[in-house]
Design a protein around this ligand. Structure first.
Ligand code: UD1
Length: 360
């Protein structure tokens, strides 16, 4: 029985694939590579020494996705595939609703048809909107403030309705706080398109010399040093959270949302300091006004995940920065430098530990 991972080539998806393979799961990856590179999966294979099936398929394409369900005995699905850029979602809301929501509906419809009812869904703390009630617990009133966040919130509601219609579904909704870091090998990590919007990739690109200085958005927040405070979580801790959620959905029925965070908040300036220590590089900064839509402070109460999933984050801020730096230093252009792999066909491709993505 296999685990289907949609969006498995992405930042969190690729790290989760590593942990799944290390635990001995058989995985099938579906990814349309619209915002990720096949190279990430080649490196997943290299890190784990294991091969797995990859379908270069869009979850919106029901016929092609159905082939995956008919070709394999799938036990559970971890669903990462989706667009994730807040600013872009404001400019192109329909693109986000179409891709994220319709994609999930198509996937769930096929899961229903093939009687696969275990699902781990990649949500985000963005569903809480700009709440100032911290630490955030799961039953806080939801109120996403942009189309991207609303797609996550709406999908959560769709999954609740689905479970209500058929209580034999088992669904874990994982609300990520701020994922950073990279696999300790330095071979896989976050590879944003263009100039990064998020703090950590921006800092690391300044450190490696690709960007000149970090703009700090606001130093007049009611926080320890005036800059925004967030709950940064190591992507490998997050990946392990998916394995715990998977074990949970495989053994129970129900639908539950879990905060995946550390429960600790760090300010922008603290993150800059920690990164300078880890990298030995200095990060020049420029103070600017607040970024619209940003909350002052956001951190999780992660106790529900600890109690019900037996999961808690173990990697601290220094490891997060050191691992981010190793990835950035070794791959200054992300996966870019690597020759594009041919993924023209929609037939499955086998990802060999030895190296290449090859048509089967
Ligand atoms: C952002 C998204 C959120 C998404 C998350 C993914 C927004 C408003 N929110 O969260 O929906 O789920 O990323 O990780 O985009 N900062 C700077 N300079 C920068 C970049 C960021 O000072 O160049 C500050 C921000 O003001 C904030 C902190 O760093 O205080 C973290 O920002 P960021 O990494 O973008 O994450 P969030 O805004 O928390």
């Amino acid at each position: 029985m296999a685990i289907l991972v949609t969006g498995g080539a992405g930042y969190i998806g690729s790290h989760t694939c590593v942990e799944l393979l290390n635990e001995g799961y058989e995985i099938i990856v579906v990814d349309n590579f619209s915002n990720s590179k096949p190279e990430a999966l080649k490196r997943v294979s290299e890190i784990t020494g294991k091969s797995f099936k990859i379908y270069p398929v869009d979850v919106l394409n029901k016929d092609e996705l159905e082939e995956v369900f008919s070709n394999h005995k799938i036990d559970s699905v971890i669903h990462f595939a989706g667009f994730k850029a807040v600013g872009e979602s404001v400019t192109f809301p329909l693109k986000y609703y179409q891709n994220n929501i319709t994609g999930t509906v198509v996937l769930c419809d096929l899961m229903k048809k093939y009687k696969v009812k275990n699902l781990v869904f990649s949500s985000s703390a963005t569903v809480y909107g700009s709440t100032d009630q911290v630490p955030i617990v799961e039953n806080t009133q939801l109120g996403a403030v942009n189309p991207y966040g609303r797609t996550k919130q709406m999908i959560e509601e769709i999954l609740q309705d689905l479970h209500h219609s058929d209580p034999t579904w088992s669904i874990a909704i994982l609300r990520y706080f701020n994922p950073i870091g990279a696999h300790e090998s330095g071979r896989i990590g976050e590879d944003p398109n263009g100039i990064p919007n998020n703090l950590m990739p921006y800092i690391s690109q300044v450190a490696v010399g690709k960007l000149q200085k970090l703009t700090v958005f606001g130093n007049d927040y009611p926080t320890k040093d005036g800059t925004g405070v967030r709950d940064y979580i190591h992507v490998v801790d997050l990946a392990i959270g998916h394995l715990k959620a998977l074990e949970n959905v495989q053994s129970t029925c129900g639908v539950d949302a879990y905060n995946l965070g550390t429960g600790k908040g760090y300010s922008v300036l603290e993150m800059v300091g920690a990164f300078e220590n880890a990298s030995g590089k200095s990060i020049p900064i420029r103070l600017s006004k607040r970024r619209p839509g940003d909350a002052a402070t956001c951190f999780a109460n992660p106790s529900k995940a600890k109690e019900k999933l037996n999961w808690q984050a173990t990697r601290g801020i220094n490891v997060m920065c050191a691992d981010t730096w190793r990835w950035q230093r070794n791959n200054p252009d992300g996966y870019e430098k690597v020759l594009k792999t041919i993924i023209g066909s929609h037939s499955p491709v086998q990802n060999h530990a030895a190296g290449f993505l090859m048509p089967e």
